[in-house]
Design a protein around this ligand. Sequence first.
Ligand SMILES: NC(=O)c1ccc[n+]([C@@H]2O[C@H](COP(=O)([O-])OP(=O)(O)OC[C@H]3O[C@@H](n4cnc5c(N)ncnc54)[C@H](OP(=O)(O)O)[C@@H]3O)[C@@H](O)[C@H]2O)c1
Ligand SMILES: *[C@@H]1O[C@H](CO)[C@@H](O)[C@H](O)[C@H]1NC(C)=O
Ligand SMILES: CC(=O)N[C@H]1CO[C@H](CO)[C@@H](O)[C@@H]1O
Length: 329
Amino acid sequence: MEQMGEVVCENSHQFHWPGYNFFAILGIIVTSLISLRLLRAIWNLWRLYIWPNLRPAQDYVKLYGKWAVITGGSDGIGKGYALELAKRGMNICVLSNFENNIVSEIRSVYTVDVKWIDVDFSTTEVYERIEKEISQIDDIGILVNNVGMVQSKWQPLADQDRRFMEKIINVNMATVVMMTEIVLKSMLRQNRGLIVCMGSMASRVPTPYATLYASSKAFIENFSVCLASELSETKIVVKCIEPCFVRTQLLKDMTKFTDFLKSYWSWTFPDGLSFAATATSTFGVIGTPVVYAGYVAHEILTLIVPHSIGKETLANISTKFLRWLTSEV
Ligand SMILES: NC(=O)c1ccc[n+]([C@@H]2O[C@H](COP(=O)([O-])OP(=O)(O)OC[C@H]3O[C@@H](n4cnc5c(N)ncnc54)[C@H](OP(=O)(O)O)[C@@H]3O)[C@@H](O)[C@H]2O)c1
Ligand SMILES: *[C@@H]1O[C@H](CO)[C@@H](O)[C@H](O)[C@H]1NC(C)=O
Ligand SMILES: CC(=O)N[C@H]1CO[C@H](CO)[C@@H](O)[C@@H]1O
């Protein structure tokens, strides 16, 4: 017995020794990578969502410039940005297809200049006029590419109206490119400014039945990441904010879905004004990350989505969930 034990022991020793070294090193590498990621996540949570609330509010006029231009700034999250930036003393220029009392609302509370430009972003013929009107504004500090739309219900691509899809393409993607190009020239001259693009978590977690919307948001993420890098030698900052769900008119027809969120996930479902308040307080955080959620509960959701299972599997899970939740698809 003793002999056998010895033999086995010796064998296993000889056999495992080189392997042990390899796995030990692999273990150290994997553990350090995981802890580095964790540390980075904690650092980002701190500098984006905790520190801005502890320090005195940053002066965005000084940091970026006098005016904030906000597309779709008359309702929802955009209206929240307009109010928050006015509160910080910025002059506000809103571009949307409905005035919605945004001008009087801001004027009644804050002593800043307010301008509203009547624009329908669902066509691409508007940019010459926008450029003309915007050139009269001196010192644009912040551009918020906020306007966005989605189809009214979860729907397979083949069932969608072609004209409506064209609108989504124009409103969600063309605006971001064109508005950025218009404003960037003057920002480059002053060598300062902030460009915020409204993406969505839908670009990271595949969202079937809102396929065009989700892909348009992935476009915005890639656009922002490339642009930020392109401008890294300048003092112009680019940010891509990717919320999960926010209680606005955008989701007004998806009642089954919003009811589900309200009853089970209300901690992740802020209204447009509260979302914008948090997101705006991160506008002074310079440097990476370019892409983040803009709201702490959404940041945590983004962190816990198991990206390691892969996009195709995530898409399959989303599809099954949406088929279960709605009888519409
Ligand atoms: N709500 C969410 O759950 C959520 C989640 C992730 C990302 N986002 C993104 O956040 C951004 C803001 O969304 P939101 O929820 O605040 O949307 P919202 O409540 O529907 O507000 C959109 C704003 O854009 C304007 N707008 C829409 N279509 C327009 C057009 N063709 N021409 C000019 N203006 C137009 C709207 O004006 P009217 O009122 O006149 O239409 C409104 O002021 C969007 O890019 C959206 O994709 C939202
Ligand atoms: C997604 O679902 C389809 C159909 O059920 C299946 O054929 C495919 O293998 C799935 N893909 C992944 C990556 O799980
Ligand atoms: C080239 C590039 O930036 N690709 C990214 C585009 O966005 C998707 C969705 O987030 C990323 O997965 C790609 O890496």
